[in-house]
Write a protein that binds this ligand. Structure first.
Ligand code: AMP
Length: 472
């Protein structure tokens, strides 16, 4: 089931008279990657304009706001906070003025040595406006003695460890960069001579842009008035570690991520799951929406008919007012409702993309039994999530991950299923295919490509803003 939690989405466009609106549309299609805040920064060639607010893209932007955003070059961001709390000062793009002019930056990923860099900068006298890891990049740029913006950015990025896909805008340039591991996606597109950058190709599709290729891990593209230059900026030699969870859960199925169709990888995960862990059943049910492609694959492989017998309410927001009197399974029921007429008396295989804490599966199994299911078998189209992610995906602490402390048999009992099986790591790797070694599987294996710092400071400055006052 899709929860309203994701990491972030970024977008950039260079040289289009409709840059603000196209960025708004790009963000609209990246909304699944972050629902807390949205923002656009735009350049008219001599000035930068920036607007950001808490809320969904469509709530933040309207005709009036877009009419104030003049220019042909823009970047945008939608945010789910993986680092830093949910408040306006942490919304992006993060725009500042410094000795060489203005710049705005939009970042997706987690910088794992943020605490060290921030403490060092603070010891040197820097003051911070936000509690976001992204802000250290701006400080490092301002302090760098590089001659050009991209040299300063490169020297800043070379101090960072962890995950970052970035678009940066100055009055005169747009720069896009991806960390040398390539943890988070970033694609390049083209629209009537305009260059476009986006976290996912679904944003290119919406505005009618053509997908050219990915920004390469460790690559920086610098776009100016009459030039597009590409640099391999990283001084570190690392193995590529693209996030496999983008393919499992995060990205939209209509996107191409790391050069592969997400729909195809998800259906293939379902097919392999069907080979690895078949079961005698009358129907395959997805947990919508995230379990749908894998269920189609499982059904194709096993020949068990696919049914959409769990119906999702697409209009459920982050919070909803609860009834005074407890209604059984209310929290899940408000989002998903089973069609008892289809389920009653049947043996069911339910497919979801992942189990995190186990609560969704447990409630759903109960709900399906209440709806009359004779047997409920659970199949998960990813391996057990045993470890937290430190590279930009919101997973809870390790102790909250049910598989970190329970065997599959124990989880099966906890969720109350007749059987529970997960996709194997080998199965997952076979879906990714020949570049399987270029992916990060740390949430399943604990093999972290980059060491991370756990310390999180306790921020004491609490700023109330519109978003917070209205429950953001
Ligand atoms: P849980 O109830 O904690 O086991 O959560 C499992 C559900 O969360 C599954 O239906 C997944 O589709 C979904 N899910 C997996 N990873 C995430 C994530 N990082 N953020 C939000 N939802 C997720």
């Amino acid at each position: 089931m899709d929860e309203l939690k994701e990491d972030c989405g970024i977008f950039g466009i260079w040289n289009n008279p409709d840059a603000a609106r196209l960025t708004y549309l790009g963000l609209y299609s990246l909304q699944h990657r972050g629902q807390e805040s949205a923002g656009i920064a735009i350049s008219d060639g001599s000035k930068l304009y920036s607007y950001k607010q808490m809320g969904l893209v469509n709530d933040v932007f309207n005709e009036h706001v877009l009419s104030l955003l003049h220019g042909r070059h823009a970047i945008g961001h939608v945010r789910y906070s993986t680092y830093g709390s949910s408040e306006l000062r942490n919304a992006q793009p993060f725009a500042v003025e410094y000795k060489d002019g203005s710049l705005a930056i939009a970042h997706n990923g987690n910088i794992v040595n943020y605490e060290t860099i921030r403490s060092r900068l603070e010891a040197e006298g820097s003051i911070f406006q936000s509690t976001m890891d992204t802000e250290v990049i701006v400080h490092l740029i301002a302090k760098s003695d590089g001659q050009t913006t991209h040299e300063r950015l490169a020297s800043a990025l070379n101090e960072l460890k962890g995950a970052y896909s970035i678009v940066l805008l100055t009055e005169k340039e747009l720069i896009a960069a991806r960390d040398p591991y390539g943890f988070r996606p970033l694609v390049i597109g083209e629209l009537n001579g305009a260059l476009v950058f986006a976290s996912e190709t679904c944003a290119l599709d919406l505005i009618g842009a053509r997908y050219i290729r990915d920004v390469l891990p460790g690559e920086m593209l610098v776009i100016g008035e009459n030039s597009v230059r590409s640099y391999m900026f990283s001084t570190r030699v690392t193995r590529q570690s693209q996030c496999v969870f983008e393919h499992i859960y995060f990205a939209r199925p209509d996107s191409i991520i790391f050069g592969k169709s997400v729909y195809s990888t998800r259906t293939a995960m379902g097919r392999i799951l069907g080979i690895e862990s078949p079961v005698e059943a009358d129907m395959v049910l997805p947990i919508p929406d995230s379990g749908v492609p894998a269920s189609i694959g499982f059904s194709q492989q096993t020949g068990i008919p696919f049914q959409m017998a769990l119906i999702r309410n697409h209009y459920v927001g982050r919070t909803f007012i609860q009834p005074y009197q407890a209604i059984r399974n209310f929290n899940v029921k408000v989002k998903l409702n089973p069609i008892s007429g289809v389920i009653s008396g049947k043996r069911i295989v339910v497919i979801d993309d992942s189990i995190v804490r186990g609560t969704t599966s447990k409630t759903l199994v109960k709900m399906l039994r209440d709806a009359g299911a004779k047997e409920v078998h659970m199949r998960i189209s990813s391996p057990p999530i045993d470890y937290s992610c430190y590279y930009g995906i919101d997973t809870p602490t390790r102790s909250e991950l049910i598989s970190s402390s329970h065997t599959v048999k124990e989880i099966e009992q906890f969720i109350g299923a007749d059987s529970l099986k997960y996709l194997s790591i080998e199965g997952l790797r076979s879906v990714i295919g020949q570049d399987a070694d270029n992916y990060c599987y740390a949430c399943f294996t604990g093999d972290y490509p980059e060491p991370f710092e756990l310390a999180k400071r306790d921020h004491q400055l609490i700023l109330f803003d519109e978003g917070r006052l209205h429950g953001g």
